[in-house]
Design a protein around this ligand. Structure first.
Ligand code: CO
Length: 236
């Protein structure tokens, strides 16, 4: 989703995204697949034999579903290096079984060392959350971002420029999702067992392609608000 100066722009940009998708014909996708396979085989005849043998990614990427922020391209990594979960506006809520399952598998089975929440400037999901317009079922999902706004309303209400306000909310949303991950039993229990798990917050600038590290990396439960800190589990 792209972002505009008002709701109408956002809806038009959503329409344009669909139109661009339609330009790439179905057959073109299948041909694209064959081209990619051939390109990889030209470089390494054993590429797919190795790929099929298993994965050992060090990174879990939780990003926006926006078609312009693919994890591998943004980080210049190859298939097998980044475990990926994406949803609209990279939201991490503790009642989302999909996100929790990905997080649990990544942290406890794959033993990833880095979890990156990656937002992006111009996020249509965050822009929609800033507006008062109804978009449908998605409004319930975007409520989580309105909650982020409520937490930081003092700061955000002082920003009069709408684009700057949106971009700051994009940053604050990524940060809050980092903190949400830290509050899960999955991450808290993992930190009891190992010291090499870090949770990071990033924002991608679509205008430059560059990542901004928000500097909110969390490596342990030390600064967790007391009400969220959980004792060691007796269950098991
Ligand atoms: Co987005």
């Amino acid at each position: 989703m792209n972002v505009g100066n008002n709701n109408k722009d956002i809806v038009e940009d959503m329409d344009n995204t669909v139109k661009q998708g339609q330009k790439r014909g179905y057959e073109e996708l299948l041909q694209g697949n064959r081209d990619w396979v051939q390109r990889e085989l030209n470089e390494d005849p054993d590429y797919f034999t190795k790929l099929a043998s298993g994965q050992e990614p060090d990174v879990l990427w939780i990003g926006c579903s926006d078609s312009r922020v693919p994890a591998n391209q943004v980080t210049n990594t190859k298939p097998g290096q980044v475990f990926v979960h994406r949803n609209i506006a990279n939201v991490c809520v503790h009642s989302d079984m999909n996100m929790l399952s990905v997080l649990d598998y990544a942290v406890n089975v794959l033993k990833v060392k880095h979890v990156i929440v990656a937002g992006h400037y111009g996020c249509g999901g965050v822009a929609a959350a800033l507006s008062n317009k109804q978009y449908g079922v998605i409004d319930n999902w975007l409520r989580h971002i309105k909650d982020v706004y409520r937490l930081h309303s003092n700061e955000l209400n002082r920003i009069s420029d709408e684009k700057k306000k949106l971009n700051r909310l994009v940053e604050l949303n990524a940060m809050e999702q980092v903190y949400n991950l830290c509050k899960t039993t999955i991450v808290q229990n993992a930190w009891r067992e190992r010291a090499d798990l870090e949770i990071h917050g990033w924002v991608i600038d679509l205008g430059t392609g560059l990542v901004k590290d928000l500097g909110v990396t969390v490596k342990n439960s030390d600064n967790l608000d007391k009400v969220f800190a959980l004792d060691k589990s007796d269950i098991k």
